[in-house]
Design a protein around this ligand. Structure first.
Ligand SMILES: Cc1cc2nc3c(=O)[nH]c(=O)nc-3n(C[C@H](O)[C@H](O)[C@H](O)COP(=O)(O)OP(=O)(O)OC[C@H]3O[C@@H](n4cnc5c(N)ncnc54)[C@H](O)[C@@H]3O)c2cc1C
Ligand code: FES
Ligand code: FES
Length: 1335
């Protein structure tokens, strides 16, 4: 850290220990300080922008006036350390550890199976811990609000919620916990019927109670500091910025006078983002956090005056208190604000962000400003020249001259008036996700009536999300004054607003027609809401409103997911010691929860270590004319700039270069790298590298472009059965169509990370990498450096989520880092920032599916001709395999006698797409379910009937001629039908829909046949090394990587059973390429299958060696036998090997017995949609999976739940947006929304089918890592069902373009009505859209 003699001492506490920082740099955030300066690495970096919660810590402060200590969670990545003077910080390390005692929160999240990869876990733990510090028995709402700021990509959240719920108040009802129905309406026969099933994944009784007396006390020294506050200004000087924290308002105003362009920082959630992502820097920052006037609250009979420094959480609590005490008609404004304060950002951001910062930053998507702006609020500002009152109105929000604060003014407080009797205020917002997502469009609306009439005397409407500022529909409002609140007014208002609020067709953010539609949809909601309230006041005076319409005014409730997980209990004869089949906690669960589990970037820096940042191409297709790195080389801390010229061996593989050479083929391709003494220095220097490009034609971005230019990777792949031509001639109907399927970002919580350490001798290098494929990484580094593989040792301790995205890409990134290490001779740390990770590494392949289906009027499908095109991006990567899988698996559960499927990989100028959980199946099978649904719609038949009719029923062959028995497919389907009470609920859905016009429900049940594995035998091989030490302890190493999927836990279970020793004897350390060579990627759902066989093999060899000793001394102990073996010079170490399953595909013949076995399943989902906004609520999902004999039901159910929720994201939420030039717009969790806890179905049941034999896999288990991803499509089809109900009621055609994902935009625009029809259609050819679909 930089320093200056004039800096004050920054004093704060971390985990009870005093920190005195004499060189506090205002640009350093708490996360960096914790991780890199004081080496507390439990708190994780994942996004850096406050969106993911991985960096959550607790801050405690003592308030001298109230004499209270407050605890609140924050996103450490946005907390400047200088803001911490006088605060106590608690991190995950401070609440418990395996060395001392673990905290009940840590214990419950681990034992409740709420951790998989563990990367999100410390953040989760700290959010929950902070909640419990203030609310030891939290309510459902508090729990959900707390968790909404924390993302998890692995678990599907249910298990996390369960562990927090265990702290909540107990209820007299079972809350569905462990039952199919609430205990209050349980069928008396039910328990008997399910007696063989087990539903207990952990022992609640084991949990330690929460004991608040055990928590760290607030440091008395900080209390003394707070009581005796220094009034003099504190100054902290950094490398580029000086932080000044005045002690009095007078000093603050003088400072602001002296430095008018210096920003005031309170929450830093707006300014911090600009500094981090837009590279804005300020020479001076002023912190008003010590100015008491900014935190004052005054409550008069006119309204509330809120200090500008109050956090949004504090404002929420103050408003809630007033609302609870005053009549509703007085608190219209406060209720509208409260509505948004519940969903705005995550809890951590609400705790940090100030109301003043929110108002002043005037962000175009601000949720509060449109509401405050319609409500006659007043800003109380001050400067050395005196005080002033500025109206917070449309002019202020539009940043008009004369309506804003002057540069030397400070916002002291805001006055928010109480509402008058005939005044109505409402707030609306529609975001891509229920919580923690910026609104697409939001609005504040206010109307005032002449007393006892419906004549409008005042009307204001403000919209956010439409332009570069909040915009007003002032002209329209003025024209409506004096009018009566009736339908005529509504119609006119909609027309006028659409005219007044302009949104050009190429507006940033896209979704132009949707956004316009939302403006009038909100207006309609407001109209209805006000009418309802008027009617409630005087039922006789106002017209009746149909009940069918009113349901739309109820927002989707914030509900806590709950449900049952059922599996077969182990045989009662199984020895207690034998852990196989039991729900054992993740081997690293506790360490995840205490933050002790180390990830790649948690390793301490070595002497001389350098940090790498990369320069990426800004052009989709261009020649590199020149690269000038001179300025970068002269930048502070820079050691070297590395380019393609520095690569001693191969610069990449196939067409994929490590460093671009002469030409770039996508935006985001690595051009060169800067190695510097800190990441900040490396990053700053990358901006000084000058690259001159010359554009090259063509630029191919979409599948359509690729078809036009015939740009493909590899030949067309084809599979065919039956006689298509003659089948089409005999069918009753033929249906043709196409469906577009968007890609998906892996969004592993741990970004791509690698650390390369060159060794002194023989060109050796150690690579520490977050990779699913250590051997491939080893190979890439060896090839890049031109040295044999035996000099490179790749280590993988654990991976913070991978999902296919860490198969091939880490190899390339390790190659990039290895060249830098080779050139500089120094260790290199290369950790991708989230934005770079999303930009560079590609994701799931977008797909265009075209179909022609021939079927009979009874729904029997006779013929299908299918064509797939996937967008492979700019290099082959795994794209050819992905298209093969999509073809091989497309039929899903259906026997189509005459079927032809062809597929091509399109080569485009997008970053190269790669492996992703499900590997082509989620795309291919989705297209199939789309046309099966379309056939049902054409035949006017229920979709489940058409599915049943066409499903495989008896032993048969797949399209690639592999024989299989669909018995368990049928069982899953029938069990799912039964568990979900499908027909009963379908009837209820229909009834609901008849009674509700604007909200519709939908239900869908989807079957699944998923084949695990790879189409080549060698992919299935696996090896292990098992060593017994003379004290009896056992060390197991195997070729699989722990990605969070619990492979290590399962391997310990296998070794424990085979060696007949308790699991505590067995240890598993990192995976590395020296211990187990020539491994294959941990992928394809078979990691535990094949590595389990290898571990089993090794254990059996060792047991064979020990057997003579054991039989000579049957009463001996394990330790005695092992010692005896040592004495007899019997080797206690061996490798185990599994050759793999036989699998070969003959593409010429279209035949192959490629898959060792199939996983069957079914899922039924129910949703409710809001036809006016496109929002939806996941009501319930029931999953039944054929998991055979699960080695670990907790791990397997966790995989099912996690994959399902990731699938739900794929099919309904996650949308990658590309510009027409192929620039990825969505580069972080602020723009790309993965499911959060509020997206999990309210009722979420998972059951493993009662076991059947699977002789192919170890202990008759099945690999369940990927399959359930596809079952997320049941939510999509439930949405489609709800949309169909809306369309039917509106007399629209039953078949429409329902592409994936079913985002709010797509749902809204499919539910066509008078509001969508009002929006004039733009001619897409006349302007360049902001984004284009790439499939
Ligand atoms: C992850 C994330 C999610 C978010 N989600 C949402 C959302 O869903 N909806 C939404 O509406 N917003 C959202 N926001 C925006 C958030 O509400 C604002 O960033 C926040 O309210 C700004 O407050 P702050 O205290 O952090 O401001 P700061 O960043 O500290 O300051 C912002 C600006 O205000 C000025 N300023 C601050 N106080 C004063 C004062 N007293 N007098 C004069 N000038 C002052 C500063 O000079 C600076 O220019 C989100 C932000 C993040 C980081
Ligand atoms: S890393 Fe701080 S919120 Fe994501
Ligand atoms: S366990 Fe939550 S991200 Fe992996």
């Amino acid at each position: 850290m930089s320093h200056s003699k004039e800096s004050d001492e920054l004093i704060f506490f971390v985990n009870g220990k005093k920190v005195i920082e004499r060189n506090a740099d205002p640009e350093v955030n708490l996360l960096f300080y914790l991780r890199k300066v004081i080496r507390l690495t439990g708190t994780k970096y994942s996004c850096g922008g406050g969106d993911c919660g991985a960096c959550t810590v607790m801050i405690s402060r003592y308030h001298p006036v109230s004499e209270k200590i407050s605890h609140f969670s924050v996103a450490a990545c946005l907390v400047p350390i200088c803001s911490l003077h006088g605060a106590a910080v608690t991190t995950v390390e401070g609440i418990g550890s395996t060395k001392t005692r673990i905290h009940p929160v840590q214990e419950r999240i681990a034992k409740g199976h709420g951790t998989q990869c563990g990367f999100c876990t410390p953040g989760m733990v700290m959010s929950i811990y902070t909640l419990l510090r203030s609310h030891p028995e939290p309510s459902m709402e508090q729990i959900m609000e707390t968790l909404s700021g924390n993302l998890c990509r692995c678990t599907g959240y249910r298990a996390i919620v369960e562990s927090v719920k265990s702290f909540g108040p107990s209820s007299s009802c079972c809350q569905m916990n462990g039952r199919w129905k609430c205990c209050l309406d349980e069928d008396k026969n039910e328990p008997k019927k399910r007696a063989s099933l087990c539903t207990k994944l952990y022992e609640k009784e084991e949990f330690q109670p929460l004991d608040p007396t055990q928590e760290l006390i607030f440091p008395p020294e900080l209390m003394r500091m707070a009581k005796d506050p220094q009034k003099r200004a504190l100054t902290f000087r950094g490398e580029r910025t000086t932080w000044i924290a005045p002690g009095t308002l007078k000093d603050l105003l003088e400072l602001k006078m002296k430095h008018p362009s210096a920003p005031l920082v309170i929450g830093n959630t707006s300014l911090g983002l600009a500094m981090k992502f837009k590279d804005v820097s300020y020479p001076i920052i002023i912190s008003p956090a010590r100015i008491l006037e900014l935190f004052a609250v005054t409550n008069t009979k006119e309204g509330l005056t809120l200090g500008a420094g109050l956090s949004l959480t504090q404002v929420k609590d103050i408003l809630a208190d007033v609302v609870s005490r005053l009549p509703k008609e007085r608190t219209q404004m406060y209720c509208a604000l409260l509505k948004h304060l519940r969903t705005l950002a995550g809890q951590q951001i609400r705790n940090m962000a100030s109301i003043g910062g929110h108002i002043i930053s005037r962000q175009p998507t601000s949720d509060l400003n449109p509401v405050l702006g319609v409500g006659n609020c007043i800003l109380n500002v001050a400067s050395t020249e005196g005080t002033q009152q500025i109206p917070l109105n449309d002019r202020f929000l539009a940043r008009l001259p004369g309506a804003s604060l002057k540069p030397n003014q400070v916002l002291v407080s805001v006055f928010v008036p109480l509402s008058k009797k005939w005044e109505f205020v409402s707030a609306f917002r529609q975001a891509p996700r229920h919580q923690n997502a910026l609104a697409v469009v939001n609005a504040g609306m206010r109307v005032v009536f002449k007393e006892n009439t419906s004549t409008v005397t005042d009307l204001s409407i403000l919209y956010g999300g439409i332009g570069t500022t909040v915009v007003s529909a002032n002209k329209s409002c003025q024209q409506l004054i004096g009018r009566c609140w009736d339908e005529e007014l509504l119609n006119e208002a909609c027309r006028m607003v659409l005219e007044e609020i302009s949104l050009p067709p190429s507006a940033p953010g896209g979704m132009v027609n949707y956004r316009k539609t939302l403006t009038t949809s909100f207006l309609y909601k407001f109209y209805l809401d006000v009418l309802r309230q008027l009617k409630m006041r005087d039922p006789c005076r106002y017209p009746d409103i149909s009940k069918n319409l009113l349901r739309i005014l109820e927002d989707f409730p914030l509900t806590m997911p709950h449900g049952m997980q059922s599996f077969k209990a182990v045989d009662s004869q199984q020895p207690l010691r034998d852990p196989v089949g039991r729900p054992i906690m993740h081997q690293s669960g506790i360490k995840h929860a205490t933050g002790e589990a180390g990830f790649c970037d948690d390793m301490s820096a070595l002497a001389e270590e350098l940090f790498l940042a990369v320069v990426t191409s800004s052009k989709p297709h261009a020649r590199i004319i020149s690269l000038d790195a001179s300025e970068a080389l002269a930048s502070p801390g820079v050691v070297d700039v590395i380019t393609a010229q520095d690569v001693p061996g191969d610069n990449g593989r196939e067409e994929e270069s490590l460093y671009a050479q002469d030409e770039v083929i996508c935006v985001g391709q690595i051009v060169c790298a800067v190695a510097a003494d800190s990441y900040a220095h490396a990053k700053q220097a990358t901006k000084r590298v000058k690259v001159l490009y010359k554009d090259v034609e063509p630029v191919i971005v979409t599948v359509q472009d690729a078809l036009r230019y015939e740009s493909f990777i590899g030949p067309e792949k084809k599979l065919e059965q039956g006689n298509l031509q003659s089948a089409f001639q005999c069918v009753d109907q033929i249906l043709e169509g196409e469906v577009h399927f968007g890609g998906q970002e892996h969004f592993y919580m741990e970004t791509q990370s690698v650390r390369v350490v060159p060794k002194a001798e023989d060109k050796q290098m150690d690579i520490y990498v977050s990779s699913q494929d250590a051997a491939f990484t080893q190979e890439m580094v060896a090839r890049t450096l031109g040295i044999p593989k035996n000099r490179i040792n790749c280590h993988v301790k654990r991976v913070g989520g991978a999902f296919g995205g860490k198969s091939s890409k880490p190899g390339l990134l390790a190659g990039v880092a290895a060249v830098a290490a080779h050139k500089t001779g120094r260790p290199i740390r290369f950790i991708l920032e989230r934005g770079d990770d999303m930009l560079i590494t590609g994701g799931r392949h977008p797909l265009l599916g075209k179909y022609k289906i021939g079927f009979m009027n009874n729904g029997k499908i006779k013929a299908a001709d299918i064509q797939f095109y996937i967008n492979g991006g700019c290099t082959p990567d795994d794209s050819e395999l992905v298209i093969e899988y999509a073809l091989l698996k497309l039929e899903n559960a259906y026997k189509i006698p005459n079927l032809r499927v062809r597929g091509r990989v399109c080569k485009t100028n997008l970053p190269s797409n790669t492996a992703f959980r499900g590997f082509g199946f989620p795309q291919g099978a989705f297209v199939t379910e789309t046309w099966v649904s379309a056939v049902a719609a054409k035949c006017h038949l229920p979709p489940e009937k058409v599915r049943e009719l066409n499903m495989y029923k008896t032993i048969d062959r797949t399209i690639h001629k592999q024989e299989f028995d669909p018995k368990n497919l049928i069982r899953c389907w029938e069990t799912c039908m039964e568990n979900s009470s499908y027909y009963c609920r379908k009837k209820a859905v229909d009834e609901f829909n008849q009674q509700s016009f604007w909200k519709k429900r939908g239900i869908a049940i989807i079957p699944m046949k998923f084949s695990v594995g790879f189409p080549k035998t060698f992919y299935y091989q696996a090896a292990a090394l098992v060593q017994i030490y003379t004290d009896g302890s056992v060390l197991v190493a195997h070729g699989g990587v722990e990605l969070g999927q619990g492979i290590n836990t399962k391997m310990i279970q296998v070794a424990s059973r085979e060696l007949k020793i308790p699991m505590s004897y067995i240890h598993l350390d990192e995976m590395n390429t020296m211990t187990v060579p020539n491994t294959v990627a941990t992928a394809g759902s078979v990691g535990a299958d094949v590595n389990g066989r290898a571990v089993q093999n090794a254990c059996q060899i060792l047991m064979e060696r020990l057997e003579p000793i054991m039989s000579r001394n049957p009463n001996g102990t394990w330790e005695e036998w092992v010692n005896e073996a040592f004495i007899q010079s019997i080797s206690l170490s061996t490798t185990g090997y599994f050759r793999g399953y036989k699998a070969d595909m003959d593409w010429e013949k279209g035949e192959g017995d490629i898959y060792p076995y199939f996983v069957f399943g079914a899922a039924c989902s129910e949703v409710e949609i809001d036809c006016l906004t496109g929002a939806h609520k996941n009501i319930r999902t029931d999953i039944v999976m054929d998991g055979s004999f699960s080695i670990n039901p907790a791990v397997d159910i966790g995989q099912i739940e996690g994959a399902f929720v990731q699938g739900l994201g794929l099919y309904t939420l996650e949308e990658l947006r590309y510009s027409p030039e192929g620039v990825l717009h969505t580069r972080g969790p602020n723009q790309y929304k993965i499911p959060s806890v509020t997206d999990v179905p309210e009722e979420f049941h998972v059951s493993l089918l009662t076991p059947t034999e699977n002789p192919k896999a170890i202990y008759s288990s099945k690999g369940l890592g990927e399959a359930a991803m596809f079952l997320g499509s049941s939510v999509f089809f439930a949405i489609a069902d709800a949309v169909a109900a809306a369309r039917k009621e509106r007399g629209l055609p039953p078949i429409w373009a329902m592409n994936s994902p079913a985002t709010a935009e797509l749902i809204r625009m499919a539910c066509e009505d008078q509001f969508t029809n009002l929006v004039p259609q733009t001619d897409s050819k006349c302007c360049k859209p902001w984004s284009v679909p790439v499939a």
